[in-house]
Each structure stands twice: as C-alpha cells, then as structure tokens.
Design a protein around this ligand. Sequence first.
Ligand SMILES: NC(=O)c1ccc[n+]([C@@H]2O[C@H](COP(=O)([O-])OP(=O)(O)OC[C@H]3O[C@@H](n4cnc5c(N)ncnc54)[C@H](O)[C@@H]3O)[C@@H](O)[C@H]2O)c1
Length: 261
Amino acid sequence: MDTMMTSFDLSEKKALIVGGASGLGKAIAHALAGAGAQTMIADLNGPEAKKVSEEIEAGGAKALHFQCDVTRHGEVAALVEDAVARMGRIDILVESAGLTITGTPMIDFTEEQWDRIMDVNLKGMFFVNQLVARQMMRQRHGRIINIASMSSVIINQNSYGSSGVYCVSKAGVLNLTKAFASDLAPFGVTVNAISPGYMRTPLSAPFWEDPVGSAEKCSRIPMGRPGEPGELAGIVVYLASDLSTYTTGANILVDGGYTIW
Ligand SMILES: NC(=O)c1ccc[n+]([C@@H]2O[C@H](COP(=O)([O-])OP(=O)(O)OC[C@H]3O[C@@H](n4cnc5c(N)ncnc54)[C@H](O)[C@@H]3O)[C@@H](O)[C@H]2O)c1
C-alpha cells in the first residue's frame, strides 16, 4: 500500500456511529468498518442497531451495539461511558440520528412538531457532540462528523409543501459544528459537517414511492437522480482519516449538484 492509501486505513480506530441502525448511518458504519475501524452502533432502535453490528461482524470486523435516545442527556452520558469502557476510546464520531416532518408550512407548524424536530436534530446533536468531545479532549485526538443536510443552506420546496423547520434545525447543525470546531481545535479534535442532498433511505422513502413527487425532485437535481447511502463513504472515510488533519468547521455538500441551481 502506498503512503496515500495507508493514510485512509482506519485500523485500530474506534468509531461510534449514532443513528447507525438505518439509512445513511448504517451505510457509514459499513464504510468505516470496510476501512478497518472497529465500530459501535448506537440508535434509538436497539434491535436494528444489533442487526447492523451483526452484519459488520459477519464481515470479520469488530462491532458493538447500544440502545440510546439522543434527546436524553443521561442516556447519551451512559452511552459514552459504556462505549469507552468497552472499546477504550472513541477516535471517530458520526452523528446521523435525525428525523423530518414534511408537508407542513411554517405557518401551520405546531409546538409539538417543533419540539420533535429540534429535540432530535439539534438538542440531541449537541448532547452527543458535547459528551463525546469531553472524551476526545482527554485523548487529545478525535474526528467528529455531523450529518447535516443540504437543507442547512436551502429551503426545500415541494408541491406538497415545505419542510422549513427541518431546514432551520439543519442550519443550526452547521453553526453547532463550527462552534465545536472552534472550541476543540486546540485539543486535536476536528469537527465537520456533511450535507447530503436527496438520498434513498427509509427517511426519504415516501418521496421516491410517489412517482410525481420523485420526478419533480429528480428534475431539480443536475445528476437527475437521488444519491445512494454508499455514496457518502469516500467523504466520511476522508474526514475520519489522517488525511483531513487541517479540515475543521467545514460543511461538505454531497448533493448531486442540487445546490448549483
Ligand atoms: N435521506 C436523506 O435524503 C437525507 C438527506 C440529507 C440529510 N439527511 C440526514 O441524515 C441523517 C440520517 O437520515 P436517514 O435518511 O439515514 O434516516 P433514517 O430514518 O433511515 O435513519 C435515522 C436513524 O436515526 C435514528 N433516530 C431517530 N431518533 C433518534 C433518537 N432520538 N435517538 C437515537 N437515534 C434516533 C432512527 O432510529 C434511525 O435509525 C438525518 O440527520 C437526516 O436528517 C438525510
């Protein structure tokens, strides 16, 4: 292996993937394991997290699984403690837990809907970053990768209504990422965001099942199609690796060109 490829090698690295039971988090967990990392899959859905860890172990890599609700500070603290007790350290964090509510214009959004989105997408993101960051500061090394969305920089418009509050939560993720990047830079910890465009996952399944909605969406994407979860693998492995030592506070769009237009 040449030096460049060796630098992408994540052997000996311990990676915690929160929201790793489904969709993008699951694909990212497989990508990190494929690059040699030992993985810890955490999710609200414990049985699915277990399945993903079993799939990874079937491929010959070490994997653990945890049940955790990111909206509960105590559960996140217990997750980090448990993860460190069992793996020794956390070199890489990917925070992918998230949800959306579409089709409700800003003017009709309820307090309950606002809280649901903000609790998971922003408050949960904060708890996970903060508690893992404390461990990474002690290690004086770490890579934090937050899954934002292209909705952090645009407002999605669909024939069946916007998802404005989701966009607000994802815009928050960007400045949360920058604020942690600023505070953690002296400790050898980088913090970056990946902003996917429309990806084919269980979260977005309703869009793709509707032929009219899906054609409408594809017509707005220069590449003319949704992304597949595995298409985040390269950027995740780069951000997790020793080739990204000077990249922090960045937001990397992976959207098939959606935000060009
Ligand atoms: N799919 C897309 O098109 C797309 C595009 C841009 C950004 N994203 C973002 O990517 C992330 C992953 O989305 P996905 O498409 O893989 O969705 P998904 O629904 O397939 O996976 C999300 C995972 O988060 C978990 N989760 C939800 N609430 C949780 C909580 N309180 N505590 C712990 N885990 C919780 C779910 O159980 C699920 O396993 C989200 O933040 C989403 O906003 C998705």
